[in-house]
Design a protein around this ligand. Structure first.
Ligand code: FES
Length: 149
């Protein structure tokens, strides 16, 4: 399958589509190039003393490529810590689809932006948060935080 066929396939059966109630963090990103918008919801769980992503869902007011990348990304980040998920670039997130044409690279960056907004918004709101005590800090956060860019 080429990239377009993979995108078509992902659109036909998008994974993790829709709002999530009870999410720990929510992130939104908009593209100034095309005006598209994407929102991600993330729920964490404890795994061997680590705080990892249990599941993520998304809503897209955007193009098919952004929907396809978000569908892949919400699967890809499962089981990762916030730091591991933050290390993923748009290119990493869209990797299962194959190389995107230049005019579609920003679609993957939109997903990356929403992910970073969700994760760094939460981290930035935690006083003294660092890699070492991040999981403790996450545990003390009960409320959903919505970050708008
Ligand atoms: Fe802008 Fe895809 S065309 S997100």
């Amino acid at each position: 399958m080429n990239t377009q066929q993979k995108i078509d396939e992902a659109i036909r059966n998008p994974k993790n589509l829709g709002e999530m109630s009870g999410a720990d963090v929510v992130g939104t990103a908009g593209s100034s190039d095309c005006g598209d918008m994407l929102r991600l919801w993330i729920k964490f769980r404890e795994d061997g003393g680590k705080r990892v992503i249990d599941r993520a869902t998304f809503q897209s007011f955007g193009c098919q490529t952004a929907i396809a990348v978000a569908s892949m990304a919400t699967e890809l980040i499962k089981g990762k810590t916030a730091q591991e998920a933050l290390a993923l670039s748009g290119e990493d997130l869209s990797e299962p689809l194959g190389p995107l044409p230049p005019m579609k690279i920003h679609c993957a960056q939109l997903v990356e932006g929403a992910l970073k907004n969700a994760l760094t918004g939460e981290i930035a709101s935690l006083p003294g948060a660092s890699g070492a005590n991040l999981s403790d800090s996450f545990q003390s956060q009960g409320a959903v935080k919505i970050n708008f860019r």
